[in-house]
Design a protein around this ligand. Structure first.
Ligand SMILES: Cc1ncc(COP(=O)(O)O)c(C=O)c1O
Length: 395
């Protein structure tokens, strides 16, 4: 064999080494796999035998993450995707296979999700209606009127942190033959598992709490038995999948998500009470607040004191300029557009998550120009509060 040939073939594709198992899943970057004979490959491709054949159909690193998430969410299967939006797209397309091409969605969704439903699904003839997801009677009436194929909601709405009665909504959707799709990004399966409450498909932006370190863009779809085949077929045909390296990072992140989120929820509780008593603060939105408009639902669906680590607040008499000045004064808290990382982050929904909505649309949703969203991290809470205090002082 000539060196040129050796450079292409040598070293790789060694036989499996018997006698040991890697303790953590390695990053498998191979796009295809070699079998001893074509008959075996034929069986693997025909799914009569377990095995890998081609990276779009499956990858051992991605499969390890999918198995972990399937187990955490309690589903029949999972697909890890290249972004949270890819996960939401996949979930929505899968839900509409063999069902009416109509969607009922929560009126307060992540801006890009609303945009995807209206602009992209709308442009191919899928009609979306919106409803106040915290009003179960309104959801029931809208489902009866629209007879949708899918109902879409977030466990905790962004950025006003409202919580709908997911179990009731799942039952309403099922009774009408629709699938409930839940974006569980803000809660993670550590706090709430939508499939156990009757949802058919769960989607995540793994970019956030799951990966947790600000170094991955990714998503996950977990589906029940009725929906997994559609999710899998679409994923394998269209290929919106997570890379082996991002799958490795996400899996590594998930190993500490329980510890992180417990501390983040504790810190969020302290930050929310501190903000509520600050004279420059108009209003605080926090799922752990006993006066929260959905407090009864939260108490019923979430574990005690683990209701999420997002805190939104409004600054008194502030507009866009004052909010910009406040954000620029922050020294420790990171100004950004993401959430769920181990560092505390401040986002301004009007220019970030809800930028794609018109000012009128934002106003209708209650997303005012003085609203700031904090994703609380794992730092010492005293340092988070000190930074907020110095930035609010001049307000
Ligand atoms: C609730 C929620 N869902 C979905 C997404 C989209 O995720 P990604 O940015 O990973 O595509 C985001 C992003 O901010 C989000 O906050």
């Amino acid at each position: 064999m000539k060196p040129e040939t050796k450079t292409v073939h040598w070293g790789d594709r060694r036989k499996k080494t018997a006698g040991y198992t890697p303790v953590t899943t390695p990053i498998y970057t191979a796009s295809t796999y070699l079998y001893d004979n074509v008959e075996q490959l034929d069986r693997v491709l025909g799914r009569e035998e377990e095995g890998e054949s081609y990276g779009r159909y499956g990858n051992p690193t991605r499969a390890a993450l999918e198995e972990l998430m399937r187990e955490l969410e309690g589903g029949a299967g999972a697909e890890a995707t290249s972004s949270g939006m890819a996960a939401l797209n996949l979930a929505t397309m899968a839900a509409l296979v063999d069902r009416p091409k109509r969607i009922l969605a929560a009126d307060a969704l992540y801006g890009s999700t609303t945009n995807m439903l209206v602009s992209i699904f709308g442009s191919i003839g899928v009609e979306t209606s919106f409803v106040d997801i915290c009003d179960a009677a309104a959801v029931e009436a809208a489902v009866a009127e629209l007879t949708p194929g899918a109902v879409v909601m977030e466990t905790v709405s962004n950025p006003l942190l409202r919580v709908g009665e997911m179990d009731k909504i799942a039952a309403i959707a099922r009774a009408a033959g629709a699938v409930l799709i839940v974006d569980n990004t803000f809660a993670t399966p550590l706090l709430l598992r939508p499939l156990e409450l009757g949802a058919g498909i769960v989607a995540h932006s793994a970019t956030k709490y799951l990966a947790g370190h600000g170094d991955v863009i990714g998503g996950i779809v977990v589906a029940d038995q009725d929906n997994i085949e559609a999710v899998r077929t679409l994923a394998r045909t269209l290929g919106p999948l997570m890379s082996p390296f991002d799958s490795y990072l996400t899996m590594r992140g998930i190993k500490t998500v329980a510890l992180r989120i417990e501390r983040q929820c504790g810190n969020a509780c302290k930050v929310a009470s501190w903000l509520a008593s600050h004279p420059a603060v108009e209003r605080v939105y926090f799922t752990g607040d006993p006066g929260h408009p959905d407090a009864a639902t939260i108490a019923r669906l979430f574990p005690k004191n683990l209701t999420g680590a997002m805190v939104s607040f409004e600054i008194k008499n502030a507009g866009r300029d004052e909010v910009f000045a406040f954000l620029d004064r922050l020294k420790l808290i990171v100004r950004g557009t993401s959430l769920g990382d181990l560092h505390t982050m401040a986002a301004y929904p009007a220019i970030a998550s809800h930028r794609e909505l018109s000012p009128k649309h934002r106003q209708r949703l209650g997303i005012n120009d003085n609203l700031i969203r904090l994703s609380i991290g794992i730092e010492a809470v005293e340092d988070i509060v000190e930074d907020l205090e110095q930035a609010l002082q001049l307000q």
